[in-house]
Ligand binder design. Structure first.
Ligand code: KIV
Length: 299
């Protein structure tokens, strides 16, 4: 848990390139998870378009809309006190024109309450990034494996293995920095290329499957927490087995409902003047922990 409660901003993230420490970023899509992750001391909460896959159950991120990212981002922003909240620009929300990119990035700040936007692409979107930054919108770049043009790339596979591809990705990152991006996500490239890009740009790099030399790391929260039980991507380290914990806790609930153990007297409301035994012994908390529960906490 963090002891530092000062709000993390885009300039503060930018300064971590030289000042350190390394940046820890995770995705978040709802208020409850955002509150917990924020409390853990993560620096960035990214409302990724990965929500299409992990929240909506889609096979890829392409159908995700700007309205959907804004909906999830508002929930995350509402629950976050310290972390820097970034919203991902979905497929076709910025590619069409520079004007479209600036307008939609502005909507993400106004309607999604994010503090910065992320967009996929390199030299091809540098003009878009420049215009967004000129409009006062902090922009996080994303190079290497960029899932939105996955069809054009022939599927989701690691990038930059060949020399010319690696050189293009370095040039992409440099173009984003020159356009004013304050940090750059590098996804799915060999560790050596992650190191080269990190040395070639003056803004922090945040890797996902890009090796240990980046200035920070990002993971999808459900992957990091072990909630996606059937997938074990090479670049993911699980810091918990929350998926197992959920299945086991829920199985306990099912079993107790069926056997009649739940609800016990301590979970039941009495009528006026006939308070239950558990209440009178004071074993039952009458005020819920914050945030508020979803129903009455006492009679
Ligand atoms: O959409 C997303 O969650 C992302 C991260 C994996 C970087 O782009």
């Amino acid at each position: 848990m963090t002891t530092e409660s000062k709000k993390v901003t885009a300039p503060a993230i930018r300064a971590r390139k030289t000042a350190g420490p390394k940046i820890a970023a995770v995705t978040a899509y709802d208020a409850t998870m955002a509150r917990l992750l924020d409390e853990s001391g993560v620096d960035i909460l990214l409302v990724g378009d990965s929500l299409g896959m992990v929240v909506q159950g889609l096979p890829n991120t392409l159908p995700v809309t700007l309205e959907e990212v804004c909906y999830h981002a508002r929930a995350v922003a509402r629950a976050t006190r310290r972390a820097h909240v970034v919203g991902d620009m979905p497929f076709m929300s910025f590619q069409v024109s520079v004007q479209q990119a600036v307008c939609n990035a502005g909507r993400m700040l106004k309607e999604g309450a994010v503090e910065a936007v992320k967009l996929e692409g390199g030299q091809d979107v540098a003009e878009h990034v420049r215009a967004m930054v000129r409009a006062g919108i902090p922009v996080m770049g994303h190079v290497g494996l960029t899932p939105q043009p996955a069809h054009a790339m022939g599927g989701l596979r690691a990038q930059g293995k060949a020399d010319d591809d690696a050189a293009r990705i370095v040039a992409d990152a440099q173009a984003l920095q020159q356009a004013g991006a304050y940090c750059i996500v590098i996804e799915g490239v060999p560790s050596e290329l992650g190191r080269q890009i990190t040395q070639a740009v003056g803004v922090p790099t945040i890797g996902i499957g890009a090796g240990p030399h980046c200035d920070g790391q990002v993971l999808v929260c459900y992957d990091m927490l072990g909630m996606v039980r059937n997938l074990h991507p090479k670049f993911v380290k699980r810091y918990g087995e929350i998926g197992d914990a959920i299945v086991s806790a829920s199985a306990g609930f099912v079993q107790e409902v069926r056997s009649g153990v739940f609800p016990g007297p301590e979970h039941c409301f009495g009528t006026e003047g006939s308070r239950s035994g558990a209440e009178s012994t004071g074993t039952r908390p009458v005020v819920s922990s914050t945030p508020p529960a979803y129903g009455p906490t006492h009679d």
